[in-house]
Ligand binder design. Structure first.
Ligand code: NDP
Ligand SMILES: O=C(O)C1=N[C@H](C(=O)O)C[C@H](O)C1
Length: 251
């Protein structure tokens, strides 16, 4: 007896990531693309098409309304869109309180190597008081710093705190605004935007007489698709909010 296909809707379907997600879902034997929705389209198309899982690659300004709609409509969600701070995550958790069977997976980055790089950075952080993040992206990216870099900084900061390590200092007393990057949880994050780039991150650690550099490069958006498909397959059996693909990968 054949298994029923998972009915998937994609939000942001005409965008750079959404278009890739549409292709990936269409190419997966166990999934069925039932709705492709972009800006200006009616979200009701998801309900009309009986979508079971929605994939969101839209915009930080749009994603909360989309998630509210999905949760209210009993549709599980796999979210790649950035812009999730602590407050937004708490809001989503609150919405899910009324829907105990529903799953939402929010992943700052779906590329396997990026997830591993974040985990390696988390492991290294307790040994180094000083760490900085450089993220490099295409020049059409709406937000800075990247969601991945912000998440990496949070992980480093938490790992340092857990180890009782105070953040390292430097001697800078004079600087142009922005020269030392953004302060994200006591970690400096530097954002580069250039045509030709896709998505790249370097995490640098320093101690007396040595440095450690962890680097990941997505040269093509196909790199995100195995993670997206994994999320779509997993989210229905993960009720509540999951933040980060590392939990699905069991890293
Ligand atoms: N987690 C991950 O692994 C990754 C996450 N991302 C994130 O995904 C998001 C999208 O990135 P990217 O694809 O490059 O961006 P794009 O701008 O190429 O695509 C976004 C698409 O969403 C559309 N859109 C905007 N608002 C809505 C809405 N309310 N409903 C449906 N569609 C909407 C946009 O339409 P219009 O242009 O008309 O506004 C556009 O077509 C970003 O936040 C990015 O950081 C990106 C790569 C990987
Ligand atoms: O906008 C992008 O392109 C990307 N966005 C995500 C982020 O902000 O971290 C993931 C990846 O870096 C690509």
């Amino acid at each position: 007896m054949s298994e029923e296909l998972i009915r998937v809707g994609v939000l942001g379907a005409r965008g750079r990531m959404g278009a890739q997600a549409v292709k990936a879902v269409e190419g997966a034997a166990d999934l069925e693309l039932v709705a492709a929705v972009d800006a200006g389209d009616d979200l009701a198309a998801l309900v009309d098409a009986k979508a079971q899982v929605v994939v969101d690659f839209t915009h930080p300004d749009a994603v909360m309304d989309n998630l509210r709609f999905a949760i209210d409509s009993d549709i599980h969600a796999v979210v790649g869109t950035t812009g999730f701070d602590h407050e937004r995550l708490e809001t989503v958790t609150g919405w899910l309180g009324a829907k105990p069977d529903l799953g939402v997976l929010i992943a700052p980055n779906f590329a396997l190597g990026a997830v591993l790089a974040m985990r390696f950075a988390q492991q290294a952080a307790r040994f180094y008081a000083s760490a900085e993040v450089i993220e490099l992206h295409h020049n059409r990216k709406a937000d800075a710093p990247s969601g991945t870099a912000a998440h990496t900084a949070q992980l480093i900061s938490q790992a340092r705190a857990d180890a009782g390590l105070a953040p390292g200092s430097d001697a800078t007393t004079s600087e142009r605004p922005g020269a030392r990057g953004a302060d994200v949880d006591d970690v400096r994050v530097h954002s580069v935007r250039l045509p030709g780039l896709v998505a790249h991150e370097e995490i640098l650690f320093g101690a007396e007489g040595e440095t450690l550099t962890i680097r990941h490069d997505s040269m093509d958006r196909v790199s995100f698709m195995p993670g997206v498909l994994l999320g779509v397959r997993a989210v229905r059996s993960r009720p509540g909010l999951t933040v980060g693909l590392e939990h699905v990968l069991d890293l």
